[in-house]
Design a protein around this ligand. Structure first.
Ligand code: NAD
Ligand code: UGA
Length: 469
């Protein structure tokens, strides 16, 4: 399909920028896609010859990179140059929660987005369409537009001013299934005012997305819809985890309850898996942002409603740690606990806000010696997340070690705690494991992936989330 856009620049080569632009380049060979970042290590990793060293692990990504890289997809640190050459610029930088100042702990820190807007304003030539790909508080487009227009006055060359349109095009991909989500999206959302700009972006997606799946809204609806989608998804997880706790106290089984309610087509069956609590870089951050916005607009009841989703999640994670201590006769000091999985979910090496961080910190505080296994997360990453080096004892005597080998991690262990649903954890030979562990030994399955009967037959005590039966 002929496209009016020939050169795209994406600022931010992270979990979203990298895979999103790779798919655009793959589906649109007639468009030059440049991904830029200030982090040179990240750019080098995107350019590395060994594709297993790409900074993002996503099934299917390597093949796409192989097809497109150094052809119509390029990664570099040349932010200014690539802005100048592009007719369309995606802003795909991080928008973390503010750590200090006004709105600390809730509001999004927009300093990276603002820096991008200034760079675009200074360097853009002619007419440029700026696309918000990052998840942003509602009305951020106004901020971006103000910055672009303010510079426009100073930037005019021989009376010719660069002009801008701002669109919102939030990303709904999930990590671990990013490529599939990008290739077959449920919908593509484009919010904006200018029809020509909207058409230019729609045209790009129409190379592989059916037209009826491309939704057009006003820009504020688009920004708010992204926050709302994440809030609704996270709310379902807190809801099912709350019911899971009730199941454990009443003899019900959360899987049966989920199946029963999920077959109601109004409720739907997805996102009803009780687990160790939601993690990932966005759910908590985006809900807290919604909480901040609600309070800002004088709606404290709305803010409290959404904040309770995050409170429940945190409570649930601590509940699991306490349960492990209680079942192990009230103390885990100097006991060896095998933790299976550190990523916030399977098929990703991302640990941001992973339930494993909170739970492992609790166990370390109780003085446990933890052995952590994860097929994709590195020991260095775990060390950063726990704020404690491998093999070093904390004040409470707690320490952790990394195990590359799954079965070695069980030697003399008092308990095993499954926190990420990696496929290999569902096929563990429990008879073999039972002989390696110190008896009486426990299996705590916070992901409900192990075969209940096989664990019991191996003479291991068993707990799984939401099972009161
Ligand atoms: P990330 O931290 O992985 O990547 C962001 C990148 O932007 C970093 O590499 C950083 O160096 C770069 N950057 C920051 N400021 C820059 C600047 N001024 N110039 C050039 N580069 C700059 O973040 P991410 O996970 O890709 O998320 C990006 C946005 O997308 C966030 O708003 C997030 O909420 C949203 N989002 C994320 C996901 C996800 O699954 N991770 C899904 C949908 C939406
Ligand atoms: C989530 C959304 O699903 C994406 O649509 C969105 O684009 C993205 O956030 C974002 O804005 O960053 P992601 O965080 O990659 O994607 O992962 P999810 O699959 O949504 O899982 C989030 C957390 O919820 C994980 O810890 C997962 O284990 C947990 N979860 C998920 C459950 O505990 N139960 C479920 O039924 C589903």
């Amino acid at each position: 399909m002929e496209s009016r856009i020939k050169n795209i620049c994406c600022i931010g080569a992270g979990y979203v920028g990298g895979p999103t632009m790779a798919v655009i380049a793959d589906k649109c060979p007639h468009i030059n896609v440049k991904v830029v970042d200030i982090n040179s290590d990240r750019i080098n990793a995107w350019n590395s010859e060994d594709l297993s060293k790409l900074p993002v692990f996503e099934p299917g990504l390597e093949e796409i990179i192989k097809r497109t890289r150094f052809k119509n997809l390029n990664f570099s640190c040349q932010v200014e140059k690539e802005i100048q050459n592009a007719e369309m610029i995606f802003i795909s930088v991080n928008t973390p929660t503010k750590k200090s100042g006004l709105g600390a702990g809730q509001a999004s820190d927009l300093k990276y987005v603002e820096a991008c807007a200034r760079q675009v304003a200074i360097n853009a030539k002619d007419h440029t369409i700026v696309v918000e790909k990052s998840t942003l508080p509602v009305r951020t487009a106004e901020v971006i537009k103000n910055i672009l227009e303010a510079y426009q006055i100073h930037n005019s060359k021989n009376g010719e001013k660069p002009t801008f349109d701002v669109l919102s095009n939030p990303e709904f991909l999930s990590e671990g299934s990013a490529i599939n989500d990008l290739e077959y999206p449920d919908r593509v959302l484009i919010g904006g005012q200018n029809k020509e700009a909207i058409l230019s972006l729609s045209e790009i997606y129409r190379n592989w997305v059916p037209e009826k799946k491309i939704l057009h809204t006003n820009i504020w609806s688009s920004e708010l819809a992204k926050l709302t989608a994440n809030a609704f998804l996270a709310q379902r997880i807190s809801a099912i985890n709350a019911i899971g706790a009730l199941c454990e106290s009443t003899g019900a089984d959360v899987r049966e309850v989920a199946r029963a309610i999920g077959s109601d087509s109004r409720i739907g069956s997805r996102f009803l898996d009780s687990g160790p609590g939601f993690g990932g870089s966005c759910f908590k951050k985006d809900i807290l942002n919604l909480v901040y916005l609600s309070n800002y607009f004088g709606l404290p009841e709305v803010a409290n409603f959404w904040e309770s989703v995050v409170h429940l999640n945190t409570w649930h994670q601590h509940r699991i740690s306490k349960l492990v201590v209680t079942k192990l006769f009230g103390t885990i000091t100097q006991k060896k606990i095998t933790v299976l999985g550190f990523a916030f979910k399977a098929n990703t090496n991302d640990t941001r806000e992973s339930a494993a961080i909170t739970i492992c910190k609790d166990l370390l505080e109780e003085g446990a010696n933890i052995v952590i296994h994860d097929p994709k997360v590195t020991a260095q990453q775990i060390s950063n997340d726990l704020g404690q080096e491998e093999g070093v004892h904390s004040i409470n005597e707690g320490s952790w070690h990394f195990s590359k080998n799954l079965y070695d991690s069980f030697i003399n262990s008092d308990a095993c705690l499954i926190l990420t649903e990696w496929i290999e954890y569902s096929n563990i030979n429990w008879v073999k494991v039972s002989k390696m562990m110190r008896q009486p030994a426990w299996v705590f399955d916070a992901r409900s992936i192990s075969n209940f009967q096989k664990v019991k037959d191996a003479d291991l005590s068993f707990w799984r989330v939401g099972d009161g039966s």
